[in-house]
Write a protein that binds this ligand. Structure first.
Ligand SMILES: [Zn+2]
Length: 242
């Protein structure tokens, strides 16, 4: 008996949100912000504002984008914006994490790791879908291209929001940018550009947790915990305002 491989599908047509426990965008954005060195110094009032503004910035930057699945066209646009793209065959693993793709500013280069694509392919296969490879490449490209656009046309996301007071040393006050805001915006940009109903950041969480061997109900529980944490912050923000 021969089995016919399933026809590949566009990423935007895969109802991932029906298959896995959901996590709203703001909660996902919070998990990203929490990894910033400045996060413990942000006030409860500042957190929702930082999350919303970074997300809105990424989304707005994608207003004129509408990915049609034509990877050659996307490649050409990226190249015309002054970036070279490399597909890296070696494993993107580094330390105890892995890299999907990277943007280097000098010279402007986007590296996409083949290993990341394979990992995504396997994840979707387990969900019962074969995804168009072009879409998996585009998913990486949009994210990294956004970082290039930030550096050239749009201005950096972290520059749009106030620096956070880091420490006071005598009369001097040190302030630092919240770098992770750039990631939140890049994910929002990618989601919008590719017309996805779910955030690429959510997909990252699912990949990480399923690779650890977590079950669906463990993931659901974990997501509920993250959701509650987010609600606590927004509640204390509301209390602070009243
Ligand atoms: Zn990034």
């Amino acid at each position: 008996m021969t089995s016919v491989p399933p026809r590949s599908r566009r990423l935007s047509s895969i109802p991932l949100d029906n298959l896995w426990p959901h996590l709203p965008h703001a909660v996902l954005a919070l998990t990203e912000l929490e990894q910033d060195e400045m996060y413990p110094l942000l006030t409860a009032t500042a957190i929702p504002r930082y999350l919303e503004e970074a997300t809105a910035f990424g989304r707005e930057a994608a207003t004129n984008e509408s990915d049609d699945g034509d990877l050659t066209r996307l490649f050409n646009r990226i190249i015309q914006s002054g970036v070279r793209v490399r597909l890296i065959e070696q494993n993107g693993a580094k330390g105890n994490g892995w890299i999907r793709a990277q943007y280097h500013r000098k010279p402007p280069t986007i590296d996409v790791y083949r290993s990341s694509m394979e990992q995504l392919e396997q994840f979707f296969a387990k969900c019962g879908y074969r995804v168009a490879e072009e879409d998996l490449i585009a998913l990486h490209l949009y994210h990294e291209w956004f970082h290039h656009l930030e550096s050239t046309r749009l201005g950096r996301t972290d520059y749009r929001l106030p620096k956070v007071r880091k420490k006071k040393w005598g009369p001097l006050v040190f302030r630092q940018r919240v770098y992770r805001l750039r990631e939140i915006a890049a994910h929002a940009f990618t989601q919008e550009a590719m017309g996805l109903t779910w955030s690429p950041l959510w997909l990252d969480h699912l990949l990480l947790l399923t690779e650890k061997g977590w079950t669906k109900s463990q993931i659901r529980e974990h997501f509920q915990f993250l959701h509650q944490k987010y609600q606590k912050i927004t509640e204390s923000d509301r209390e602070a305002r009243t």
